[in-house]
Write a protein that binds this ligand. Structure first.
Ligand SMILES: CCc1ccc([C@H](C)CC(=O)N[C@@H]2O[C@H](CO)[C@@H](O)[C@H](O)[C@H]2O)cc1
Length: 795
């Protein structure tokens, strides 16, 4: 279709939807007009998908997640619909800078990190594969906070993506459910009746999720909380204006803001209310759809596959039993059995502080009927497994991991190592009771956003060499192996990387005012701030390197730019100190006229999906340095490998599988294994010993401790150094010398450009397995027992 037609559609939306004349249009207006024009193209495949699923009475996947870290949607839709050429040409015709317009879209930051982004990748893959699915979550008014730096310290500001109209969602006032909280339960002729004391309305907002080639689109249904009766006119007339608005304000609190913690559960009442609110609304919606298409409830497990994204929607177990037993009168055991066969649970972390445990008191007060049902579910489970009892209710706490496991058909980890550790640690007893229940589904990422859209240079080169089949069959990338010994290909490959690095250098200059050399190695660590991810190991090594360069400034050092990005949970003091330290070290190093040509530190604020799309294609080195056994999988590691960055990393999470596939020669391994970590912790004063054995480490720590990077507050990092030389639970000191060794190998390797480029190209060629399409096909086969619409159509 000629872009002229596309152009006229944009103009039509500008005129009639935005009500703007072209002469007066702002970039916002043009983005909205373009978005509506592209959205029109999605709506057909969306309605077709819904009609096919409905008329075919197809089995659906329901992905329940407290987080969907979507990022921007315009570019993703344009690329998936293959409209990029038309869109750019049409905007050019209209005299509007396409990139500038795209850049005005706010990120939908409805997630903290890995778990939320995985959910977004999964929805896009489900659409690309053509599997009928709905993602259910919360339409937070404020997503993850905006991070700014003040004198190197993280500051948090509310994020307000909805201050502008969100072009991609459709309000669904007709899809609304009343959700109850509190109150009491009484028996009435053998049935338990729950009479909630408080009610809020959950009303739906739907966003189409388009897949590759736009052939199928699924729905992301996000619930907004509002009051049944938002405004108290009597109070208003009595002049009590705040009181008049209170009902509305109170109800909206539930979907007001995303909790910014990604590893520590706070046990806050509002968080539990959020979890129950969206889970209950989603289950009501799921049952209503099922009952529109079927009249035999026994068919439920054949037609409904529910995936719980971690324990956050774990209340789904007792809630589904309540809807079947209390509201539909189905016998208790049959209700539990029906529910369990529909539910599946993914665990994303083994960190004890991240495993949700709600106090019996709070659960009993907020969800009295559910607490009772959880107790009955424990009895039911104990009856089926006499003698050895693992219960969800224990010591006055409701353990949501155990509840999710007991009420699940399948439980999965997110990498091979993580799944094995689940069986050996947190779920060892339940695994012994149900040895077939735990399966592994190693994470993946969507190649549309993380290669095709964010790295057009690499994509064009790849398609030029092997055709474009790789976009929805990523393991075709392996055919690039036939080209890695072709100098012309390697030249083109490194030219693409170099151009990406120049783009990044220009952006860093423009937005941070810092000059970085595209010829230097871009060494990147981007992820949430957490001790187990060991950003402090990276910055301590950076200080040690700086000291060595200062000792021998004339030596032939490999120039490096250390790039960090990531947010710390607002209450996580130690993580915020690490951010401050990185910025303080950067301030000194970047101003050091002797060393800054060899070593610089960059920390762009407000890391989010869009910044990741800008940084990853420009990376040479990917830092995946977590303490072995702590990172469940990682997904950034996959994005970096696909975009031709070599990994320096530990045998943790999916690093293990990345190294297996790209080859040990194309991966810089260091550090203790998960077993060795457990051993090392048993060694008395393990950190002090490591520091004593490594003068380089001792010297770097002393510089940090003595205030070299914080002259205005010399003892600022006493806590950080005391931790790393003392308890050092995440073994920063014990892994330091091997990390240093690996980094010096990286230095040497980077100097052999041809060999480095070949290794980088092999990382791209051999990382196709880490597509979220492959992961979703695994869930379909091993967990959901569902076929795609295409398979359905051809059957
Ligand atoms: C209750 C607070 C809370 C909130 C979020 C979480 C998430 C489970 C944390 C998370 O994002 N985990 C990450 O999930 C990714 C997707 O599977 C993995 O790749 C990462 O290794 C894991 O840390 C835990 C606790």
């Amino acid at each position: 279709m000629p872009h002229t037609e596309f152009r006229s559609e944009i103009l039509r939306h500008l005129t009639y939807t935005l009500g703007k004349e072209a002469e007066m249009a702002t970039r916002y207006d043009w983005r909205m007009a373009l978005s509506y024009t592209v959205r029109d193209r999605i709506t057909e495949s969306w309605h077709d998908a819904m009609r096919t699923s409905r008329d075919g009475r197809m089995k659906r996947v329901y992905y329940l997640s407290m987080e969907f870290l979507i990022g921007r949607l315009l570019e993703d839709a344009v690329v998936n619909l293959r409209l990029d050429k038309q869109a750019e040409a049409a905007m050019l015709d209209l005299g509007v800078d396409y990139d500038a317009v795209v850049a005005t879209e706010p990120d939908a930051a409805l997630g903290n990190g890995g778990l939320g982004r995985l959910a977004a990748c999964f929805l896009e893959s489900l659409s690309t594969i053509g599997t009928p699915a709905i993602g259910y979550g919360i339409r937070y008014e404020h997503g993850l906070f905006r991070q700014t730096f003040e004198n190197g310290r993280q500051m948090e500001e509310p994020e307000d993506w909805l201050s502008q109209r969100h072009a991609w969602e459709f309000e669904r006032p007709d899809v609304a459910f009343e959700i109850g909280f509190g109150g009491e339960v009484h028996e009435e002729n053998g049935r338990c009746i729950w009479t909630p004391a408080e009610h809020v309305i959950a009303s739906a907002h739907d966003t189409p999720v388009v897949g590759w080639q736009g052939s199928w689109s699924n729905t992301l249904r996000l619930w907004e909380a509002r009051a049944a009766h938002a405004f108290d006119l009597a109070a208003f007339n009595a002049g009590r204006y705040v009181a008049a608005a209170e009902p509305g304000t109170l109800a909206r609190t539930i979907s007001r803001v995303l909790y910014p913690d990604d590893t520590t559960e706070q046990g806050k009442e509002l968080r539990l209310k959020q979890e129950y609110f969206f889970t209950a609304a989603s289950l009501r919606d799921i049952l209503a759809r099922f009952e529109r298409e079927h009249d035999d409830i026994a068919l439920l497990p054949e037609k409904v596959a529910i995936q719980l994204n971690d324990t956050h929607p774990a209340i789904a177990g007792p809630e589904l039993v309540r809807l079947l037993h209390d509201e539909r009168g189905i016998e208790f055991n049959a209700s539990v059995d029906l529910a369990r066969r529909c539910l599946n649970y993914t665990n994303h972390t083994l960190l004890p502080e991240a495993l949700e445990r709600w106090s019996e008191g709070l659960m009993g007060r907020l969800l009295p009927r559910h607490l009772a049902l959880i107790a009955r579910i424990d009895e039911w489970h104990a009856r089926l497994n006499p003698g050895r009892t693992v219960t969800a209710l224990e010591h006055g706490q409701v353990k949501m991991g155990e509840l999710s496991f007991i009420m699940a058909n399948r439980v999965n980890g997110v990498s091979a190592l993580h799944t094995e550790l689940m069986k050996k640690t947190v779920f060892s007893e339940l695994h012994a009771l149900h040895p077939e229940r735990i399966v592994n589904q190693t994470n993946g990422v969507t190649p549309r956003r993380w290669v095709l859209s964010s790295n057009p240079r690499l994509s064009a080169l790849t398609t030029d060499r092997i055709g474009e089949g790789w976009v929805d069959d990523l393991e075709q990338l392996s055919r690039l192996e036939d080209h890695v010994d072709d100098p012309a290909f390697l030249d083109a490959y490194s030219a693409a990387k170099r151009a990406n690095k120049e783009d990044l250098a220009a952006w860093v200059k423009d937005s941070l005012g810092e000059k970085i050399d595209p010829a230097a190695m871009f060494d990147i660590q981007i992820k949430r701030l957490h001790e187990y991810k060991r950003q402090h190991l990276n910055i301590i090594e950076t200080v040690a390197l700086w000291q060595e360069i200062r000792d021998n400034p004339n030596a032939d050092w490999t120039p490096r730019v250390k790039i960090f990005a990531g947010k710390a949970a607002p209450g996580y003091v130690f993580a915020k100190e690490i951010i401050h330290l990185i910025n303080d070290v950067g301030r000194v190093l970047n101003a050091d006229s002797v060393t800054s040509k060899f070593l610089k530190v960059i920390y762009p604020p407000n890391y989010n999906v869009t910044l990741a799309e800008r940084l990853i294609p420009a990376a040479d080195l990917s830092e995946q340095i977590s303490t072995a056994g702590k990172e469940a999988s990682g997904t950034g590691n996959m994005k970096f490998a696909l975009n031709g960055a070599l990994t320096v990393g530990t045998l943790d999470g999916a690093n293990v599988e990345i190294r297996e596939r790209v080859g040990a020669d194309n991966f810089f391994l260091f550090g203790m294994t998960a077993e060795e970590v457990v051993e090392r912790r048993r060694v008395e004063n393990h950190a002090a010993r490591a520091v004593a054995d490594d003068p380089r480490l001792a010297r770097a720590l002393e510089a940090i401790r003595s205030g070299v990077f914080s002259p205005e507050e010399p003892d600022r990092y006493h806590g950080v150094v005391a931790n790393v030389t003392g308890p050092d639970y995440f073994l920063v000191s014990s892994d330091f010398s091997d990390y240093w060794r690996a980094q010096r190998e990286v230095d040497a390797a980077y100097r052999d450009t041809a060999a480095w480029t070949r290794a980088a190209a092999l990382n791209t060629a051999r990382s196709g397995w880490f597509s979220s399409d492959r992961t979703i096909r695994g869930y379909m086969a091993d967990i959901w027992d569902i076929r795609s619409s295409r398979a359905f159509a051809t059957a």
